[in-house]
Design a protein around this ligand. Structure first.
Ligand SMILES: Nc1ncnc2c1ncn2[C@@H]1O[C@H](COP(=O)(O)OP(=O)(O)OP(=O)(O)O)[C@@H](O)[C@H]1O
Ligand SMILES: [Mg+2]
Length: 583
């Protein structure tokens, strides 16, 4: 597949396209910026006129002084109000865009084919939703807003200067290329340091999350001191680089620019001597002194925000690459299945990141409401086979039929409603027990509680502080492995799937509870097709068909008695376990 190209310009254009739905609000913000800038720059003009009046009349008129004060205060209040409003609207626009983007990423993540999660760490998706969108928000809230504000400010100041006195404005314009040159030099020296600061910051984040995640191991192996030292080294590097940046900024940026402004001002005054006195009014000179200081500020701000822009572009590229990924395509058959019949014909399968086939030439025919067991050594492909039946991955070669329909003709909702799995390690949500069973499906509490009792969880509920409403820790940290598996079983007891897969679902459950669950299982077997994956062979001996997988191939097939008579791998595994050797 050819990698899609994402140039910086294309990314900026795409980011700006998000404004299309908010163009009126954006236009309003621009008008507010314009008005606020006008109020901001009119103060020096008013003041200059006042000065020139004094100079002309040689007296300070009380009336005009009061008028000036009122004008000044009104302008200040108006300017603050307009400033507040445009900032408010800009934040509103950017927050709304980011909200839309986050929902977009989440929707795409939920529709991703399973293979994506084998290739990308889950944390990278979390980063996209949290950190990356935050730095994209900076693009809208800081970059665009300040670009517009400063561009308008710069243009209005320059235009006013030219209107007031074009020759002086021309001399003042010299400052523009000088400012740009200083900024280029500044960037040249500061960029590598900023890069180092960013690197040390991400190292700091990684190390801290490493420490927090591995805290038990660190304490167990008495490694606290080493980790503190590691943090200290990174922290120190970060501090030293930050100091360097402060020094460069302090030297190169504003002081130097102020110096140049003063030189230009001196040049203007010197030129004043050369032109007839009457040509340039004192009031204009005052306005120029004021504006000259303001002229370099917008350029400095715009160029200085380059690093924020760069970061936003990098984040956007990551987010857009993710958004543009192809989503999982399902079929259109949306009705409920009539049976739990499964057929696999010449199925081969390899994961996107594996070289060889994990499943080879699999042919199985599972009648409706039968009980099938998949056995085999660790890594033989049992879970992989169940993943294909669940429709999580398409077969690389061969065909899979569910209820006599091609698996890829079934819609996502038909697949999920009719095929359920109880996994080796069920995911537990940071929520109460009821929600952990219902998974937000519309199921009556009474039914959920019954399922929890059937799954032998009564004892656990009695020990929890808030009973059914107790919050379970993140990923079930306050539950044992066996309890998690029992919750997994309760989840499928509240639905009636046509096909049920138990992947090592009872491996960590004590034998007393397991026997009770076996009883529930036998009642489920009357209604659904059941596939059991188990290492403990004693739990599957009464299955209708036992399929023995070895290195991705079916090597034996039959019921318990038939397989024992064959004296093959199943026989060996079974006799090993009977001699109390766990495989
Ligand atoms: N997501 C994946 N990406 C790449 N390879 C995988 C992935 N999942 C499993 N494999 C590989 O596929 C092979 C079969 O794995 P599978 O999980 O199906 O084995 P299993 O029979 O269920 O083992 P166990 O009894 O330990 O659960 C293994 O070699 C494994 O390394
Ligand atoms: Mg497995």
């Amino acid at each position: 597949m050819v990698e899609k190209q994402y140039s910086s310009w294309k990314i900026i254009k795409r980011l700006l396209s998000y404004y299309s739905k908010k163009k009126y609000l954006l236009l309003l913000s621009c008008i507010l910026i314009f008005l606020s800038t006008i109020t901001e720059i009119s103060s020096p003009i008013i003041l200059s006129n006042f000065i020139s009046n004094i100079l002309k009349n040689k007296v300070v008129k009380i009336k005009s002084a009061i008028l000036l004060t009122i004008c000044f205060i009104t302008l200040q209040i108006l300017s603050s109000l307009l400033n507040y409003l445009y900032n408010l609207y800009f934040s509103k626009i950017s927050t709304e865009i980011i909200k839309e983007l986050r929902i977009n990423i989440m929707e795409i993540a939920l529709k991703q084919p399973m293979k994506i999660f084998d290739q990308k760490p889950i944390s990278s998706i979390v980063t996209k939703i949290t950190n990356d969108t935050e730095s994209i928000k900076e693009f809208y809230e800081v970059i665009v807003s300040s670009f517009l504000k400063n561009f308008i400010l710069f243009s209005i100041i320059l235009t006013t200067m030219f209107i007031l006195e074009w020759r002086m404005a021309l001399i003042s314009s010299i400052i523009i290329p000088i400012v740009i040159m200083i900024i280029i030099v500044h960037q040249y020296y500061s960029k590598p340091i900023i890069k180092k600061i960013k690197y040390s910051l991400s190292q700091l984040n990684n190390t801290i999350s490493e420490i927090i995640n591995g805290i038990t191991i660190i304490q167990q192996f008495n490694q606290e001191k080493n980790f503190i030292e590691k943090i200290n080294i990174i922290n120190n590097a970060n501090y030293l680089n930050k100091m360097k940046i402060l020094k460069i900024d302090g030297l190169l940026l504003r002081p130097l620019l102020n110096l140049i402004s003063s030189i230009i001002l001196s040049a203007i005054i010197a030129i004043l001597k050369l032109v007839p006195k009457a040509m340039i009014k004192i009031s204009i000179l005052h306005t120029f002194i004021n504006y000259l200081r303001h002229l370099n500020e917008p350029i400095v701000t715009i160029v200085n925000q380059q690093s924020v822009l760069q970061q936003a572009i990098i984040s956007s590229e990551r987010v857009f690459r993710f958004i543009d990924l192809p989503i999982q395509i399902y079929g259109t058959y949306n009705n409920s299945l009539t049976s739990g019949k499964i057929q696999l014909k010449n199925v081969y399968f390899k994961y996107p990141n594996t070289k060889n086939n994990i499943l080879k030439n699999i042919n199985i025919s599972i009648p409706n409401k039968s009980c099938i067991a998949l056995v085999g050594k660790t890594g033989s492909g049992k879970t992989t086979l169940s993943n294909l039946i669940l429709g999580y991955y398409p077969a690389t070669k061969g065909t899979i039929y569910i209820d006599d329909k091609l698996i890829n003709s079934l819609s996502n909702s038909t697949l999920r409603k009719n095929i359920s799995i109880v996994q080796q390690d069920p995911t537990i949500l940071y929520d109460n027990l009821i929600t952990n069973v219902s998974l937000n499906r519309k199921i009556k509490n009474k039914k959920i509680i019954k399922a929890l009792h059937q799954s032998q969880l009564k004892e656990l509920i009695n020990t929890l502080p808030d009973g059914y409403m107790s919050i379970l820790g993140q990923n079930g940290s306050n539950l044992s492995q066996g309890q998690k598996q029992l919750i997994g079983i309760a989840r499928i007891l509240v639905s009636n799937p046509k096909i049920l897969i138990f992947d090592e679902a009872t491996a960590s459950i004590d034998s007393e509870s397991e026997q009770k669950i076996q009883k529930i299982l036998s009642s489920i077997r009357k209604k659904s097709t059941v596939i059991i994956i188990a290492h403990r062979l004693s739990t599957i001996i009464d299955s209708d068909i036992i399929i023995v997988l070895d290195n991705g191939k079916i090597i034996e097939k039959g019921n318990h008695q038939q397989l024992l008579q064959k004296k093959g791998l199943y026989y060996t595994m079974y006799t090993y376990q009977n001699n109390n050797t766990y495989l």
